[in-house]
Design a protein around this ligand. Sequence first.
Ligand code: 5GP
Ligand code: ZN
Length: 113
Amino acid sequence: MDDCLFCKIIAGEIPSAKVYEDDTVFAFRDIAPQAPVHVLIIPKEHIKSAAQIDETNSGVVAHIFEVAAKIAKDEGLDDGFRIVNNCGDSAGQTVKHLHFHLMGGREFTWPAG
Ligand code: 5GP
Ligand code: ZN
């Protein structure tokens, strides 16, 4: 996707603070962190949102959760962490490339914040 911000970050065309990378997944620090640790974990494949997950591409989502657990451990989030996905405009998805927010290092409220 030529006009996708996160595809450009994966390609290195836009700089990012990389936390993890393998063949299918890329993770980097959010530019506007909402917690002491705030990492975005994304598939290298351009998937628009969680609404586009189906039997052909769900494997990478499982892998993203493996990577999330590894990053959480590496970042010392032993007390817990939150994984968030915003899907679609009404949920506040601003970048239309599937991403999971991994956040930790503070207390979280529920259902918001
Ligand atoms: P969304 O609102 O779509 O769930 O999350 C998009 C996230 O991407 C936001 O938390 C925002 O701060 C982050 N973001 C937007 N532009 C950039 C960027 O250029 N670099 C990085 N590292 N994060 C970005
Ligand atoms: Zn993309």
